[in-house]
Design a protein around this ligand. Structure first.
Ligand code: HEC
Ligand code: HEC
Ligand code: HEC
Ligand code: HEC
Length: 343
């Protein structure tokens, strides 16, 4: 072999080693799952080892129902003093749910996280007030948003996963954190925003799109000669792309999970998942507007955002990086009291 040959081999070898030791390069084989017609590049690339380990860990930590459901006997509303939402539950069912929500939300702190243990009827802790509303919200999601959550449904665990504060919450933050402020006026973009997959897109697309019903996500013009009052601009498209990065990252998928990239706007060429996602956007707006934002005055200051707003939910709050939360585990069906709205 010539000197050049040895050099090529050495460089090739070094590159191969770099490839395996560097984070971000994943060892083959990677599985490709097709989501559209052949030849369109509509594929999801999955590393079966990483996925498999995460799936196994998620399944192993799923809380089991505390005991068999017994709906007979006196109603909680008659037995206790201050039961406003769960009054129709049997005593057994009520205690079973209290045991379950403790495991879902505050396993380390126990009943005392929401209760004055001297008097369980007392509403002195904000956590109890917030939980009462959370009970209603969970019922509302399962009852009113089956277009999105289907038969899988949600429980407190979908968002909380054994913690009082869910891992993926968000606040309105037009400046993208302290670090970003040193860059001067960025117009809300041009830093590696964590909410938008570390791209330099607008860092907070959630406030306009997951809070507000009026802001239009669609930006592609379908007219050959847009009329003078046509408001869709490249600047506006950046906000849409920011939201799309949030949605892709939250579900652990790429754009072709929902779109055929030859035509982002066309619903006929999109996958069924895009329709489910559309309902998801409407649902997130609804939850933030009707449930989470109005809870603002109940929280202590240290739970509020930099502008004093309440903590809110995004796609990531439930999905946590997976196309179906908890890999589609159907926990809600074991808790019939969470499936229908009592409001
Ligand atoms: C995450 C918050 C939370 C945790 C943890 C929790 N509870 Fe509750 N509990 C509530 C809420 C909210 C209500 C009121 C429900 C309603 O209004 O329908 C309630 C009501 C009660 C009541 C009725 C009191 C009365 O007289 O009105 C009892 C009893 C009770 N819980 C027992 C428990 C026990 C025992 C535990 C621990 C195993 C527990 N709870 C854990 C939120 C919680
Ligand atoms: C759609 C997601 C979602 C679901 C479902 C949900 N929560 Fe929450 N919960 C939140 C968010 C977001 C917050 C705000 C986090 C914070 O307090 O900083 C929150 C806050 C709370 C808090 C206040 C914690 C604290 O320390 O400030 C309690 C208690 C709570 N939830 C209980 C429940 C219970 C009980 C259920 C089920 C009946 C439930 N949640 C279902 C999203 C959810
Ligand atoms: C989980 C499904 C999903 C994923 C993943 C997704 N999108 Fe979207 N996208 C949608 C939905 C739903 C809409 C329509 C929103 C509406 O109508 O309000 C949309 C709208 C759009 C639009 C506007 C179309 C129009 O009519 O103007 C563009 C552009 C777009 N997406 C680009 C992307 C890009 C780029 C990615 C990857 C970074 C991506 N999307 C990832 C679901 C998805
Ligand atoms: C309250 C919890 C919750 C929130 C918030 C949420 N989802 Fe979902 N999502 C679910 C559940 C549960 C399912 C599973 C439904 C089923 O099994 O049919 C699901 C399913 C989906 C699916 C279908 C996945 C598949 O492979 O069939 C898409 C796409 C999706 N969600 C997108 C989104 C987007 C985008 C957002 C944010 C705009 C969002 N979701 C917010 C709970 C949620």
């Amino acid at each position: 072999m010539s000197i050049g040959g040895y050099l090529t081999a050495a460089v090739g070898g070094a590159l191969t080693i770099t490839m395996f030791v560097n984070a971000g390069w994943e060892a083959p084989p990677i599985e490709s799952v097709q989501t559209g017609y052949r030849g369109l590049g509509m594929e999801q690339n999955i590393n079966p080892r990483v996925r498999g380990a995460d799936l196994a860990a998620t399944q192993a930590s799923l809380p089991e129902p505390p005991w068999e459901l017994d709906t007979s006997g006196d109603k909680a509303g008659d037995l206790y003093e201050n039961v406003q939402v769960l009054g129709d539950l049997s005593d057994d069912q009520f205690n079973r749910l209290m045991t379950a929500i403790t495991e879902w939300v505050s396993p380390d702190q126990g009943c005392a996280y929401c209760h004055n243990e001297e008097n369980y009827a007392d509403d002195n802790l904000y956590t109890k007030i917030v939980s009462r509303r959370m009970l209603q919200m969970t019922q509302y999601i399962n009852d009113g948003w089956s277009d999105h959550v289907g038969a899988t449904g949600v429980t407190c665990y979908t968002c909380h996963r054994g913690q009082p504060v869910p891992a993926n919450i968000w606040f309105t933050d037009p400046e993208g954190g302290q670090m970003a402020k040193t860059l001067g006026n960025r117009g809300g973009q041009n830093i590696a925003g964590t909410e938008v997959g570390l791209s330099s897109l607008p860092t907070d697309p959630l406030t306009p799109f997951l809070m507000n019903y009026d802001n239009e996500i669609r930006v592609i013009s379908l007219e050959t000669f847009p009329s003078p009052d046509h408001r869709k601009s490249i600047k506006q498209a950046e906000w849409t792309y920011g939201l799309m990065m949030h949605m892709s990252t939250s579900l652990g998928v790429n754009c072709t999970y929902c779109h055929n990239t030859r035509s982002f706007y066309d619903w006929d060429q999109s996958t069924p998942a895009r329709t489910v996602a559309w309902h998801g956007i409407q649902m997130a707006r609804d939850l933030n507007e009707s449930y989470l934002t109005p809870l603002g005055p109940e929280y202590p200051d240290n739970r509020l955002g930099p502008l004093g707003d309440a903590p809110k939910a995004s796609c990531a709050t439930c999905h946590a990086g997976v196309n179906k939360p908890l890999y589609g585990a159907q926990m809600a069906k074991d808790y019939p009291s969470l499936l229908t709205s009592s409001e």
